[in-house]
Design a protein around this ligand. Structure first.
Ligand code: ATP
Ligand code: MG
Length: 330
């Protein structure tokens, strides 16, 4: 168990003070009505942040890495991690596909991809048998990044899938065909990130069958490891019956708050359990990260110089490096 010096676990509320800098204000116009340059929190007037490191190139993996981002615990940073690592890798010159496999459509929102009810997306692929090339959309913000959107229609998929043939491997089939097609036309996709819903139902199983790697975001809060045992048992089951190559390659600590002993305690405990999988970089709790989706952006474009963006860039670097060195993941 995580110890907090014998005291009951308390979480210090995020006051946002480490984030208050002169350049730490939003650009652009919020979809909920804040005019450009006006900071809705009443802070300093807008000043464009410094540009991200120019010309940064991240190494390409030997072959496409398909990564299921999963944790059945809700709100731990699955979507935030999927979209920001995907964005950082694409900014680093890689071709990246994000598959939004959550009826909430949060990854589609963060990447500014239309996903209103009725929009063709991942439901049509896994239930309707459509090709990914028919529904994939390019990110309007980031070159090299594309998205298979999810609309609320996907909420019915868990039920609709039950009666279908090969119900666990429908995403895998569609993805394999799409990746082969892209490779044949010299457009090889380097990374696919599948953003899973907070459950271990058939949608998540489809992601675990389609991917070789699993990325588990773990929030640096009390109860962080609760449920991870159940997730690992599901992974074992899928490995035994459906996907022998599947492995938990990466664990990312999220919402880390260096000011609390609780956060550090959880981080230490997770590192002790999974010494080879936990990345060195932990993602800090950051107001900029949580603001970005309301502007239809990742933090990588919303505020490239913020601590959140720099941390996700580091995570992308670590993942890319692990994929090309001995003991790497793919
Ligand atoms: P769900 O289980 O509902 O799919 P999730 O695991 O995908 O959730 P996110 O949606 O990524 O989790 O994050 C949950 C909430 O926490 C969001 O409001 C997000 O903006 C916020 N959040 C995520 N990471 C951070 C962070 N490092 N700092 C501050 N807020 C964060
Ligand atoms: Mg999510």
């Amino acid at each position: 168990m995580v110890s907090d010096g014998g005291q009951p676990a308390t979480v210090v509320p995020d006051l946002g003070w480490p984030e208050r800098r002169r350049d730490d204000v939003p650009r652009g116009t919020s979809p909920i009505g804040w005019p450009a340059g006006i900071d809705p929190t009443g802070r300093m007037p807008a000043v464009d942040p410094p540009a991200p490191p120019a010309g940064l190139t991240l190494p390409a993996p030997d072959r496409t890495r398909v990564v299921a981002v999963t944790n059945q615990k809700g709100g731990v940073g699955k979507t935030t991690t999927a979209v920001n690592v995907a964005a950082a890798l694409a900014q680093g010159g890689r071709r990246v596909l994000v598959v939004d496999l959550d009826p909430q459509g949060n990854a589609s929102t963060a990447l500014s991809i239309e996903h209103a009810e009725g929009t063709p997306g991942v439901y049509e692929v896994i239930v309707g048998g459509a090709a990914i090339s028919d529904v994939v959309r390019a990110s309007p913000e980031i070159e090299g990044l594309s998205v298979v959107p999810a609309s609320i229609d996907l909420a019915g998929a868990e039920v609709d899938l039950v009666s279908l043939v090969a119900r666990e491997s429908r995403l895998n089939r569609a993805l394999t065909a799409y990746l082969a097609e892209q490779e044949d036309s010299d457009q090889r996709v380097d990374y696919v990130f599948v953003d899973c819903p907070p459950s271990l139902g058939l949608l998540t199983v489809n992601a675990l069958v389609a991917g070789k790697e699993i990325l588990i975001p773990i929030q640096c809060e009390y109860y962080a490891l609760e449920g991870v045992g159940q997730l690992l048992r599901t992974v074992d089951m899928v490995r035994t019956h459906l996907n022998p190559d599947l492995r938990v390659s990466t664990i990312v600590l999220t919402m880390h708050d260096a000011r609390t002993r609780l956060s550090s305690g959880v981080a230490d405990e997770v590192r002790a359990h999974f010494p080879d999988q936990v990345l060195r970089t932990a993602i800090p709790r950051s107001v900029r990260i949580s603001e970005a989706p309301s502007y239809g952006q990742t933090v990588m474009t919303y505020d490239a110089s913020s601590s959140g963006a720099l941390s996700y860039l580091e995570v992308a670097r670590e993942m890319a490096a692990r994929g090309v060195t001995a003991g790497g993941t793919p």
